[in-house]
Design a protein around this ligand. Structure first.
Ligand SMILES: Cc1cc2nc3c(=O)[nH]c(=O)nc-3n(C[C@H](O)[C@H](O)[C@H](O)COP(=O)(O)OP(=O)(O)OC[C@H]3O[C@@H](n4cnc5c(N)ncnc54)[C@H](O)[C@@H]3O)c2cc1C
Length: 461
């Protein structure tokens, strides 16, 4: 952690810094109301019993709500001048305390920067605080939609998804956010004596991808779009989970079939899918899918070679007030289960593409009902594979780590979701070198989201 944030805001010197900070941002909406501070210092870290203990008492000293980029610059300048930590907050749906202010200081709420600047065929330029749901609602009438979105589409912001997410519904076709071409450009504000506004284009935009807001405050993004499809939501039920995985893989590999979601979930997790429970007979594992209308016939033909049964098939209606099928995929699967059973937690993993089904069977045999398997088919570096968000019956941290080791022994990579740093949560156990170098340029004092990039050593003040 950088030296710049070593001082506690509760001591006299810390208080003086905050008072000076407030004077310098006069006119920008800000609050120190304790209830607001508490509410704006949390995300979905409570999924993890380990993070719940670690983060439950972390709280900001001020919440600031800029209206435009000029106000973001003022806040960044004042944070630098007074050496105040600055943690950016989007929709706050992250799972690892990404927007929790570990060192207190300022929480910068981006919700008011929500304007779509322009759109043209295949491309949209949008302020970082725009919700993904609103972006899709604006582009679909013009025949385009976001290439991918997390299952938290209704609550999360595009800036939060790019800075904190990895991929989601759509990644079965377009890969994760990190695939070249999935972010066209990002405009950021630096935290320096005189903050700069930098436009990162093409590959350079990856410097802010999943960096937890440690490498600049994103104010605008240019994102590529996909042709909008008439999606069909489908639930296919199977007696045998492995057969659901095999069929998911068949559809994933069928390049002619247009798809957005292929999500096999092992029974009994689907018994918690309340909105779709009437379509899921007891004891059945499911494949939740979103298939292009024009591909349904081919989908059903391939299904004919299996013992799977379609129990639900309807046009995808992404409207408020109706629970979408995609809220039973990705990390919503865990959430649906947690609603009825607080004794579980989860892991994140990546299956080997060349022995995917075998590795699923191996960990299944190893852990039985202690770990319910849930896969998401994705493209990764040109290969078709699956990430996984298994649901774990929680007992102790030690057992959780044993299960992770058991997964790794089967050749399945773990990205640990029970830690707060980029390095420890990464599949590669290190921070992206480009991002680390770039951080020195844009945040030399380490004021941005301190504690999240542990390889970074700040300049002395
Ligand atoms: C039920 C559930 C399901 C989920 N499903 C998925 C999924 O399918 N795929 C997936 O990838 N993730 C998923 N997540 C995690 C999370 O919802 C997504 O990553 C989401 O896109 C985060 O967006 P947000 O606006 O809520 O960001 P936040 O949680 O507010 O922030 C995430 C990170 O980005 C930083 N940040 C936010 N805005 C900016 C900005 N403008 N500039 C710089 N940094 C910024 C924050 O500081 C933080 O570090 C899920 C979480 C839950 C609880």
């Amino acid at each position: 952690m950088g030296q710049a944030t070593a001082l506690s805001y509760t001591d006299k010197a810390g208080q003086l810094r905050l008072e000076g900070f407030l004077v310098d941002i006069a006119g920008v909406e800000a609050t120190t109301d304790p209830i607001e501070l508490k509410r704006n210092s949390r995300d979905y870290f409570w999924y993890s019993p380990i993070l719940q203990q670690m983060l439950k008492d972390k709280v900001a000293d001020i919440v600031v709500r800029p209206r435009d980029e000029a106000e973001v610059v003022r806040v960044a300048r004042a944070c630098f001048k007074h050496r105040v930590a600055l943690t950016v907050r989007g929709g706050a749906t992250g799972n690892y305390g990404q927007c929790v202010p570990l060192d207190g200081g300022v929480v910068l709420d981006m919700a008011k920067l929500d304007r779509i600047e322009w759109q043209k065929p295949g491309l949209v330029r949008v302020q970082a605080g725009a919700k993904l749901f609103d972006i899709d609602a604006a582009t679909r009438p013009n025949g385009f939609e976001l290439r991918m979105h997390p299952s938290t589409k209704r609550a999360s912001q595009i800036g939060g998804f790019v800075a904190g997410g990895s991929g989601g519904v759509g990644s079965v076709t377009f890969g994760g956010m990190r695939e070249p071409g999935n972010i066209v450009a990002a405009r950021i504000v630096t935290v320096e004596e005189e903050p700069r506004i930098i436009e990162l284009r093409g590959d350079a935009a990856q410097k802010i991808s999943r960096a937890y807001g440690t490498t600049g405050i994103i104010t605008v993004l240019e994102m590529p779009l996909a042709p909008a499809q008439a999606w069909i939501d489908v639930i296919v039920t199977f007696d045998d989970f492995i057969e659901a995985v095999r069929f998911g893989q068949t559809i994933a590999m069928a390049d002619g079939i247009v798809k957005k979601l292929l999500s096999p979930v092992q029974w009994p997790a689907p018994q918690h899918f309340t909105a779709f429970r009437p379509y899921i007979p007891d004891g059945k594992s499911v494949l939740n899918a979103m298939i292009g209308d024009m591909s349904m016939e081919s989908f059903e033909t391939l299904l004919g070679a299996t013992s799977g049964t379609i129990t639900y098939k309807a046009a995808s209606e992404d409207i408020l007030g109706k629970t979408p099928l995609y809220e039973h995929a990705w990390n919503h699967t865990t959430l649906q289960m947690l609603k009825g059973d607080r004794g579980v937690t989860y892991l994140q993993c990546l299956y080997p593409h060349d022995r995917l089904v075998e590795s699923v069977a191996e960990v299944g045999a190893k852990f039985g009902d202690e770990v319910l398997q849930h896969l998401e088919f994705i493209r990764l570096n040109g290969y078709m594979t699956a990430s996984g968000i298994p649901i774990v019956r929680y007992s102790t941290p030690e057992r959780l780590y044993e299960i992770m080791a058991g997964y790794e022994a089967c050749g399945i990579m773990i990205a640990n979701p029970h830690v707060v740093t980029l390095e420890d949560g990464s599949r590669y156990k290190r921070v992206d070198a480009d991002q680390l170098g770039f951080k020195h340029e844009v945040d030399p004092l380490g004021l941005l989201n301190p504690g999240k990039m542990r390889s970074f050593v700040a300049e002395a003040i």
